[in-house]
Ligand binder design. Sequence first.
Ligand code: ADP
Ligand code: MG
Length: 360
Amino acid sequence: MSHVRIDGLTKRFAGKPPAVAVDNLSLEIEPGEFIVLLGPSGCGKTTTLRCLAGLETPDEGRISLGDRTVLDLREKVDLPPNKRNIGMVFQSYALWPHMTVRRNIGYPLRTRRVPREEARVRIEEAALLVDCAALLDRYPAQLSGGQQQRVALARGLAARPDLVLFDEPLSNLDARLRDQVRAQLHELHARLGFTAVFVTHDQSEALALGDRLAIMKAGRIEQLDTPERVFEEPATEYVAGFIGMSNRIALRRAGEGWTVADGAAVTGDLPVPRAHAEVAVRLRPDDLLLRPAEEEPPAQGVGLAAEVVDAQFGGRHMDVVVTIADSRLHARAPLTGAPWARKLARGQRVTAWFAKDTAL
Ligand code: ADP
Ligand code: MG
């Protein structure tokens, strides 16, 4: 386990115009910490990992693992991958098809010249960790996707690396397996305490696994915080949108109250300083609730007139798309105690509301 330090990492790719894939990125990672890089496709997550692993040479920057400097371009230090003691697990599993599971897991041990007998013990340990001990003599083609990804996980951990890098390792698995392997990975990390950088574009994966999340945008870190704080207090509109606050409602002051864009009145007041004439409220679908049109919102709620565009059955709730003054918004109507919501249909008028304290 090592303290990891990344300073001013920059990687440009030639082209017209040149692309800055990673833009002066700095990050310190505590020993044993599980950091998640979360962001949309193309924001520089994979390039950051490849620079950490030594698979890509950045244009600028410094990287240290514990007291070892693995990259410092000013000092002309750029250690190759096999000298960095970093484990990697990829989306595509990347197992060698012509090698057995045993040889695949042992691969990083061979490149590090771990003696044979010790390698044998470590391979078996790593296979046990991910429930693959019975598969050691099979070839990758004889394994399911979930088993292949567990073998890739064992290979990433077998050399007891200072740092383990994960590039969307769960995204090729079907939904049920993804949940299983995710839970297994979470438990493994709690048990072994390895230091990790895990890349994903999936917010629920990030919230579940990360000790801290780095939300990335265009090669930079937009917010670095615990999952709780990113979820409850996104620092910017970009982070709010990315973390599921998909609804944005613009409100304007009108006398003592508020109106929406088309002038329709809003029921209830907002805890906003008097000086603000306008406010944009960001809400998650679960925080925008529905009532029959003739009902007022509850006392602590802010109510808006809405029209249903589409309503889908979601088990214990309905997922509903509504329009409020030309904006399409996503709402969720719980069915427990509110069977009327099962009959929501296109064109129906409803009251949409949110609690004052859920508004940003
Ligand atoms: P992510 O993993 O977040 O989807 P990447 O790190 O793969 O993002 O890519 C970041 C940016 O760098 C993108 O604009 C991508 O097109 C560009 N890029 C990545 N690899 C290369 C490459 N080998 N050559 C040119 N451009 C690249
Ligand atoms: Mg990527």
